[in-house]
Design a protein. Structure first.
Length: 555
């Protein structure tokens, strides 16, 4: 399951000239300054090291490339990175020179970031996890990719993902592995972004979330992830899964870095009318500077004081270890001045939005998939198949005869889409009645209990054992839960609800889990504040012990 050979990791020797060129740009390190430590470094720590001359972006990129070389294809073989940017070191050198000549563009200047491999980049393939697209290079960047480049960020690599944004296995690189337990999977579909961030392959990553795909992998890998209000980040240039619910989201090891990245990538985009509508509403609440909102202004260690939190007990009771972690998190929140009220969701609500009714919502909403997918394919070059029928044929005649066949769920999605359409009365009823009612019913919970946010353990069981078309792992230590899962509360409605997940600790098997802060639409700032206050009071994030720091990482 190799990294895309067309864009292989550059050998360390190839960077020697760049390292020497940038050495002259950096002032001498003062004896009083501590050495820079890569592992768990935040954007602020990296930026300070760059500003002081203790570090260059070239050195930083090389250290991350060394970790990817050591742990992605060797050692534990996480398979969380699919493609390395072949120009990463060259870009780093250019940004070092720009910093020396003109100063930094901002806090992301020269900072490496990772993109899920459904986000278009004009210099690397965008596979959507599909072997059929593994060499497809779009002609333009996605809106969010361009925003990152404009801010001076270095797109270091494209990360593994569940094929067609489902699960954590794909026909390009296979199964992504959880860096905390090599028998467990990472959650999907932003599997590579989560595992790579947890593994310290970069400081920031982008995932996408239709049902759970930012928050789920973040929780299983013990990092911070945010699904914002749907449309706050433009979907233009992102391979679609279900555009009623799709949202990109920032992923990092701290709330501060998630807030910083959100402010960088969020903004109005004429290519995505929903982003313009959402931006208009968001701007009424948070005064933007041009086309950017500074979400770091909400990083307040006292933000929980006076807040009323609804504890959704419906999501407790799966694994007693997770319940204990969540109870400890609630104690911390109360110590910070929050009050809590227990909430049990009505069984009819659970059935409608978390049970069989929820599955029907998703099935009918997917009636739009074929049209959206073929519109996206039309934006790609002539070498790329242009129809769902073409993909079905290639999967059946080629991919499924390879060592990495496609999962059945992808084939069902493709085949089902050939028999459905948005003209169906069921789809029209969904968008005109069912989804608006779902939004109203969720907002009613906030109104009934007068709460600022809903809080709950994001999952009621730790990451499950690996199971995919190639191999499965037996792990009798896994505690399975049958409790309702809250994933689709955020996306499935006429407007998406923001949800932030923050590390809350580890179970006895060494696996992490996050606690979720679920808010009303356009309340990202409030969630960031509360999540930050909890994070600063608890400090539960820990690096994976299976991936220790390399000798080359200290500068």
């Amino acid at each position: 399951m190799p990294v895309n050979s067309r864009f292989a990791v550059l050998p360390r020797a190839s960077a020697a000239g760049l390292l020497l060129a940038c050495a002259a740009l950096a002032p001498a390190q003062a004896d009083s300054q501590p050495p820079f430590k890569l592992e768990e470094a935040s954007v602020a720590q990296i930026d300070a090291a760059l500003a002081s001359g203790r570090l260059t972006s070239v050195k930083l990129v090389q250290m991350y490339l060394d970790r990817i070389a050591a742990y992605n294809e060797q050692g534990p073989k996480l398979h969380s990175v699919l493609t390395i940017n072949p120009a990463a070191l060259k870009l780093a050198a250019q940004l070092d020179q720009e910093r020396a000549a003109h100063g930094p563009r901002g806090p992301l200047h020269g900072i490496p970031v990772l993109l899920k491999d459904n986000v278009d980049t004009d210099d690397m393939p965008t596979s959507n996890g599909s072997a059929i697209l593994k060499n497809s290079i779009p002609s333009t960047d996605a809106f969010l990719a361009q925003r990152l480049r404009d801010a001076g960020a270095i797109i270091l690599a494209k990360t593994a993902m569940g094929e067609f944004a489902g699960g954590s296995y794909n026909s390009v690189g296979g199964q992504t592995i959880n860096p905390y337990n090599l028998k467990r999977h990472t959650g999907g579909s932003s599997s590579g972004s989560a595992a790579s961030t947890a593994a310290n392959f970069a400081v920031l990553a982008i995932g996408t979330d239709t049902s759970t795909s930012v928050r789920g992998p973040s929780s299983y890998n013990g990092i911070v992830g945010l699904r914002p209000t749907t449309g706050l980040i433009s979907r233009a240039g992102i391979a679609p899964k279900n555009l009623n619910f799709d949202s990109a989201g920032p992923m990092a090891r701290s709330v501060a870095d998630v807030a910083l990245m959100l402010g960088t990538v969020a903004g109005p985009d004429p290519a995505d009318p929903l982003s313009q509508k959402v931006w208009s509403e968001e701007s009424k609440r948070y005064k933007p500077h041009g086309s950017r909102i500074d979400y770091t202004r909400f990083l307040d260690a006292h933000a929980l004081k006076g807040k009323k939190i609804g504890v959704v007990r419906t999501f407790f009771g799966g694994d007693p270890e997770i319940d204990a972690l969540a109870e400890a998190a609630l104690v911390k929140m109360r110590e910070q001045g929050a009050t809590t009220v227990d909430i049990e969701l009505d069984p009819a609500f659970v059935e409608a939005y978390l049970g069989e009714g929820n599955r029907k919502i998703r099935k009918v909403s997917d009636y739009r998939f074929k049209a959206d997918w073929e519109t996206y394919l039309a934006s790609l070059g002539p070498e790329v198949p242009k129809s769902v029928a073409d993909f079905i044929h290639l999967y059946e005649t080629q991919v499924n005869k390879s060592p990495l066949p496609v999962e059945d769920s992808v084939m069902r999605l493709l085949k089902d889409s050939t028999t459905t359409s948005t003209d169906d009365p069921a789809y029209q009823d969904l968008v005109t009645r069912v989804l608006p009612k779902a939004t109203a019913d969720k907002l009613a919970i906030f109104a009934k209990y007068h709460v600022d946010a809903l809080v709950f353990p994001y999952f009621s069981s730790f990451a499950p054992p690996i199971s995919n078309p190639v191999y499965s792992v037996e792990d009798p230590t896994f505690v399975k839960s049958t409790r309702p899962e809250p994933a689709t509360l955020a996306g499935y409605g006429s407007v998406g609800f923001p949800c932030l997940v923050v590390p809350m600790g580890f179970g006895t098997q060494g696996l992490p889990m996050d606690i979720a802060f679920f808010g009303k639409p356009y309340e990202e700032g409030k969630l960031i504040g509360m999540g930050y206050a909890y994070e600063q009071a608890s400090k539960m994030r820990r690096a994976p012990p299976l991936l220790p720091a390399l000798a080359s990482e200290a500068q």
